[in-house]
Design a protein around this ligand. Structure first.
Ligand code: GN1
Ligand code: MG
Length: 366
């Protein structure tokens, strides 16, 4: 996009300072992100983002959720007398047109601006020390949001609903739009998935029976969705588009899916895939430290299930996209989505082999 178009978009927001430069930032696959540098020494820099309204059909709901969440966290931090609050929670800038709104629609696209957090970094991988801190941070995030006074919307319907994800897969298997269902490797993976389907849907069943609550969760707790300071400590949690009510398994399980895999989720060398118990232990300790005060026994008991559920769900989602003909995730080569699905299945098997050890470790943390 042209500088003057971007400048025009920024001018719709009540920022302080004058814009000196706008340049692309990061490599997100869902939203488009830019860094906005201001000319004045004492004015903050900003992050400008276009929200992908194909993935998030109700951007107004996304932004109302984000506004409620960031202001609630800010209040909590203030009440605790925390210092450096502007680096511990994201600050979104209101639009000039409507001070209540933290986004603007320009030519059918949805834009938002937040204050750039100085001297902070994101990471693609974690060591046990930063995992412990990450566990604490996500536990804290859930704890701070436990008494948010508004009902948050579901920004992607049935996002982590396992029954829904399986139905999506079964439907596309019947349609077979890309002619991939008959591939022997696909058949084998489908069998492995079906063999575990009943067990993996137990959260939805417990939800219906009323024994498992939904709480406000982040729902995309990947390693790279946290900002760290230069002392390797978590400052804050970012990427709040998927914050919504869910079973707490989402945040616990999805962090381990990315953080505790010995390799990337799309590594084609299956011998490298496996579940790193050192990361599991450190993350679990940190998480329980900040979350055990509000978690129910049924939630704690099922943390090993959560560690299995997320590789399983991601395996189902990647295989669904492979069979669909690669419509959702960008692929670098024709079998990329199948490799991802297979990688997540190998991770699942490794998680399954550690079930007993996980249970014992969790019992020791209480
Ligand atoms: C997507 O956009 P990103 O990479 O943060 C997906 C997650 C998946 C992940 C797998 C909205 O996340 O649920 O776990 O890919 N987000 C959405 O890499 O579908
Ligand atoms: Mg992200």
């Amino acid at each position: 996009m042209e500088q003057n178009q971007l400048q025009e978009i920024v001018s719709r927001f009540a920022i302080t300072g004058t814009v000196a430069e706008i340049a692309p930032l990061g490599a997100g696959l869902i939203n488009d992100t830019f860094r906005v540098v201001t000319a004045e020494e004492d004015a903050p820099n900003y992050v400008l983002q276009r929200v992908n309204h194909n993935v998030f059909p109700d951007v107004d709901m996304v932004m109302r959720n984000i506004k409620a969440v960031t202001s609630h966290i800010r209040q909590k931090l203030e009440a605790k007398g925390e210092s450096d609050i502007d680096r511990k929670v994201l600050t979104f800038v209101p639009s000039k047109e409507d001070a209540e709104k933290i986004y603007a629609v320009v030519d059918g696209n949805y834009w938002r601006i937040m204050v750039f957090i100085p001297n902070a970094i994101t990471k693609q991988a974690v060591d046990p020390e930063s995992s412990r801190d990450a566990g604490r941070a996500f536990g804290n995030f859930q704890a701070m949001l436990a008494d948010i006074p508004v009902q948050l919307g579901e920004t992607i319907k049935d996002f982590h609903n396992m029954e829904f994800r399986l139905e999506q897969l079964r439907t596309v298997v019947k349609e077979d739009p890309a002619g991939r269902v008959s591939e022997p490797q696909v058949q084998q993976l489908l069998q492995e998935i079906e063999a575990r389907a009943e067990e993996m849907c137990k959260a939805e069943r417990m939800g219906r029976e009323g024994t498992l609550p939904k709480r406000v969760c982040h729902c995309d707790t990947k390693v790279n969705n946290m900002m760290f300071n230069d002392q390797n400590q978590v400052l804050c949690v970012i990427d709040l588009d998927t914050v919504m009510p869910n079973f707490i398994f989402s945040d616990y399980g999805d962090f381990l899916r990315t953080g505790a895999n010995f390799t990337a989720e799309d590594d084609a060398d299956m011998s490298k895939v496996g579940f790193n118990m050192d990361i599991f232990k450190a993350f679990t300790e940190g998480y329980l430290e900040s979350a055990k005060s509000f978690l129910l026994p049924v939630e704690v008991e099922n943390l090993p299930y959560a560690a299995a559920l997320f590789p399983y769900m991601q395996c189902v989602r990647f295989l669904w996209d492979y069979i669909s003909g690669d419509k959702y995730w960008k692929c670098q080569y024709p079998t990329h989505n199948f490799v991802r699905a297979n990688n997540q299945f190998h991770l699942l098997k490794s998680v399954e082999s550690h079930y007993e050890e996980m249970k014992q470790f969790i019992a020791g943390c209480l």
